[in-house]
Write a protein that binds this ligand. Structure first.
Ligand SMILES: [Zn+2]
Ligand SMILES: [Zn+2]
Length: 334
């Protein structure tokens, strides 16, 4: 069997058709016939080798939705024909302390779907059964893809930080991640404040569930929020004035990073110490939390806002993500 993909042969290059022979299906593996695949900023980062971990050719695509095409001998949880999703991780060792305690996303030998493996800009993709998720009834397969990386990235800290419905939470950045964070936090019951430098996004942020909107380019407006939040999620890949955001936290508040700042971040320890505040970060969630997210979004009928491109226009879609401002996530479809 041959798998047909779109691949970058070298860093920063356009994607071109590329085929490979996957060999025999592993006993724990599931083969997915890809129907939809979201595009994430990490796809661009891996194509460009921004993190120095890329292995070429790179086949991007890790917000995958499709149908099970084949299962290995030992696969018990999924059947051929079922609608499934696959995200950033495609396998983990299943025997380290992290895998055994349900934190497979912290496994030090977990494999990324698009690094050292070929991803979902393809007609087929394979992964370990524990990282392939059945879609609950009621979810739209066309739009659910972005939940498998961007979505679980912002849902995971709701669980990790044990956020309550009574908590007041700020979200910095209303883009691919932030627009899903607003929906999740609002549906969770929190009082949600959107911070954005794009004042014209206010109405959309409110439609997505924000109760308040703060123009983050206005230092006075940020200062006015001092002592307001139990947690802040930063979804931007930018260096901001983090001291001013630490000041908006209440005692025991947490500034939590889901985006990656371009430069190292320094803060005054007194900004943390006096209110027993903290700074933290987290990756995409474990399989268990991914299942929890899927059930939650099915029950709450949440959906990312997406723009569709055909797979053949994958380079145009990548360009839009690099240079344009998609609202808010791009999905490739057949
Ligand atoms: Zn492990
Ligand atoms: Zn991603």
């Amino acid at each position: 069997m041959t798998i047909h993909t779109y691949a970058a042969k070298e860093a920063g290059e356009k994607l071109e058709p590329f085929t490979y022979e996957p060999g025999e299906l592993g006993s724990q593996e599931v083969e997915i016939a890809v129907e939809y695949c979201g595009i994430c900023h990490s796809d661009v980062s891996v194509v460009d080798n921004d993190w120095g971990i890329s292995e070429y050719p790179v086949v991007p695509g890790h917000e995958i939705v499709g149908k099970v095409a084949a299962v290995g001998d030992a696969v018990t949880s999924l059947q051929v024909g079922e609608q499934v999703g696959l995200g950033w991780f495609s396998s983990s060792c299943m025997k380290c302390e992290w895998c055994l305690s349900g934190d497979h996303n912290l496994c030090q030998s977990a494999e990324f779907t698009i690094v050292g493996r070929y991803g979902g800009f393809a007609d087929k993709v394979r992964a370990h059964q524990n990282w392939v998720f059945q879609l609950p009834a009621g979810l739209n397969p066309q739009t659910v893809g972005p939940f498998f990386c961007g979505g679980i990235t912002v849902f995971n800290p709701i669980v990790q930080l044990d956020l309550k419905a009574s908590d007041r939470v700020g979200v910095i950045g209303i883009g691919g991640l932030g627009h899903m964070a607003l929906q999740f936090l609002s549906a969770w019951g929190c009082e949600v404040t959107a911070f954005s430098g794009s004042a014209e996004k206010e109405q959309e942020a409110r439609n997505l569930g924000a109760h308040h909107f703060v123009n983050s380019r206005d230092p006075e407006a940020v200062k006015a929020m001092e002592n307001s939040f139990d947690a802040i999620f930063s979804t931007v890949n930018a260096d901001l004035d983090w001291e001013s955001y630490l000041a908006t936290l209440r005692p025991r508040g947490r500034l939590h990073f889901l985006g990656v700042t371009p430069n190292p971040t320094a803060v005054q320890m007194f900004s943390l110490l006096l209110g027993q505040k903290s700074i933290s970060a987290s990756p995409v969630g474990s399989p268990g939390i991914t299942k929890q997210m899927l059930e939650f979004v099915a029950r709450k009928q949440l959906e990312p806002m997406v723009e569709f491109y055909p797979f053949e226009q994958v380079n145009e879609a990548m360009d839009k993500l690099r240079h344009g401002k998609p609202r808010y996530r791009i999905v490739l479809q057949r």
